[in-house]
Design a protein around this ligand. Structure first.
Ligand code: THU
Length: 132
């Protein structure tokens, strides 16, 4: 993936972060996923007064991409203060549609600071239904 494509995905995650709904934690997160056909879909965290119902930005982005017809994801950018890596639940959710996807973690306060890894590094053994 070239630098321009990475930058575009990062910009999408940063913009999505500006739409985060996080009045309880005040921790704003944006995410963007890239599908194999080049389509970018974004998402932001959406909290709820019933805290446990909160949706992480990554899962919002993946659900939106899949609902729009994408099934194969090749990269994720996630933007938050300090840069964060996806939580465990999101790793499992992401792995369904791209177990080896590139993961770009962006510090929203300093968007040139990006750390790069892959989902199989972060989450080498996703759960799969046996026989599937
Ligand atoms: N959050 C995400 O959106 N993605 C992550 O990878 C970790 C956490 C959200 C959930 C909650 O709204 C806030 O960050 C604080 O946990």
């Amino acid at each position: 993936m070239d630098n321009q494509a990475k930058r575009e995905l990062i910009e999408a995650a940063l913009l999505a972060r500006s739409r985060a709904y996080a009045p309880y934690s005040e921790f704003l997160v944006g995410a963007a996923v890239l599908a194999e056909d080049g389509t970018i879909t974004d998402g932001a965290n959406v909290e709820n007064a019933s805290y446990g119902l909160t949706l992480c930005a990554e899962r919002v982005a993946v659900a939106a991409a899949v609902a729009a017809g994408q099934r194969e994801l090749v990269a994720l950018a996630v933007a938050a203060r300090g840069g964060v890596s996806p939580c465990g639940a999101c790793r499992q959710f992401l792995a369904e549609f791209g177990p080896e996807m590139l993961v770009l973690m962006v510090d929203a306060d300093d968007p040139q600071t990006v750390s790069e890894t892959s989902l199989d590094q972060l989450f080498p053994e996703p759960f799969r239904l046996s026989g599937e």
